[in-house]
Design a binder for this molecule. Structure first.
Ligand SMILES: [Fe+2]
Ligand SMILES: [Fe+2]
Length: 369
């Protein structure tokens, strides 16, 4: 583009002689309308033109086209305009009077830069789609790992239930009630997940206890009771190789601690007991109390709550007991209203695994915490 017809025609002639197709425009408006209609490799434009000058024209070109090569033609002393043009995205500049031997070389360089810009943009676009694809693959692989992981947890829980006739469904119910309490206390999703897993695994250590003790129909003697009390520590040993369960293991190890410090295995008290373990302790005791024993019938919900409330502040964290009472009240209101309950399995959607949340009640005496 140049408002001087003689210069415009001279430039076009040189470029056509060197193998380029060339269109001339007498001002910026005409040039911009050519650019809107056709794709060009390179724009050569005078900076000083009547109407829209070269700088403004360049600004408008770059609003919609980052790739086309642009070479600005300046008067010899006008270096400021040349620098401004370069800042706005011109690839090069030529000074008047034009050195025709430089013209084609400068255009070639601008076209080459345009090609590099295009390649770079294409590379970035490919990179973005590659990253998206890899992220999707990683997500799918994680989902698969999670599914396998949860299958292993389920297999572990089932292994215990196959051995201990009194624990069928106990782990799942403890997990379910613990999640209710954790949600009531507005714990973070990750904590709720850990508590849910701990619920499933809390008695897994009983796998390491011989069946004559585990399935003894009557009350245990002192020696047998001591053996049963090993189960939180045995659980820790069984689960220790699974790094992902580090926090879950702490909940499992301490689910028989008592708020007053008289529990086992470490005689922890109050807030030294992990919150998840305090929650699990209440849910565990409630499930044991409301389950039938060989030597007694199951307690009613009201009777079991009385036992929990009486032990609030000694065996149990009073805050957790109050939360549990509120959860049960909410459940009763929801049941009366006939509303549908939200799934209590925080991982069920992701895993597609159905855990045994509603097996028949059947428990052994030693389970009462
Ligand atoms: Fe236990
Ligand atoms: Fe238990």
């Amino acid at each position: 583009m140049d408002d001087e017809t003689s210069i415009r025609e001279l430039i076009c002639r040189v470029l056509v002689d060197d193998g380029y197709a060339c269109d001339g425009a007498g001002d910026a408006e005409e040039g911009l309308s050519l650019l809107a209609r056709e794709r060009y490799e390179c724009v050569l434009s005078d900076i000083h033109m009547p109407g829209i000058d070269g700088i403004e024209m360049l600004r408008r070109i770059r609003l919609t086209d980052q790739e086309v090569g642009v070479v600005m033609i300046t008067g010899a002393p006008d270096m400021d305009s040349a620098l401004e043009a370069m800042r706005l995205g011109a690839h090069d500049h030529l000074s008047k009077p034009l050195n025709l031997s430089h013209l084609t070389l400068t255009v070639e360089r601008a076209v080459e830069k345009k090609r590099l810009v295009e390649e770079n943009l294409e590379y970035q676009r490919n990179l973005e789609s590659m990253v998206q694809e890899r992220t999707k693959q990683l997500h799918e692989a994680n989902q698969e790992l999670r599914r396998l992981f949860l299958s292993s947890i389920k297999a572990l829980a089932q292994a215990l239930e196959a051995k201990d006739e009194y624990t069928q469904g106990h782990s799942a119910r403890v997990a379910e009630e613990s999640v209710k309490i954790a949600r009531y206390l507005s714990l973070a999703d990750a904590e709720i997940e850990n508590i849910w897993l701990a619920g499933f695994l809390h008695d897994i250590g009983k796998i390491g206890i011989r069946e004559s003790v585990l399935n003894k129909p009557g009350k245990l003697d002192a020696a047998e009771w001591e053996i049963v009390q090993q189960h939180p520590v045995l659980a820790e040993k069984i689960l220790a190789p699974i790094e992902e369960l580090a926090e879950v293991i702490q909940i499992v190890r301490h689910h028989h601690e008592r708020f007053d410090g008289s529990g086992y295995p470490d005689s922890l008290a109050a807030s030294d007991i992990p919150l998840g373990a305090r929650i699990l302790g209440v849910a565990d005791a409630f499930d044991a109390l409301t389950s039938r024993r060989p030597y007694r019938d199951a307690l009613s919900t009201e009777e079991a709550l009385t036992v929990l409330e009486d032990a609030a502040g000694t065996q149990f964290d009073a805050v957790i007991v109050r939360a549990f009472v509120s959860c049960l009240a909410d459940d009763q209101i929801a049941a009366l209203a006939g509303g549908s309950r939200r799934s209590l399995d925080p991982l069920q959607d992701a895993s597609g695994i159905e855990f045994p949340l509603s097996n028949p009640f059947s428990f052994r005496p030693t389970d009462a915490s």
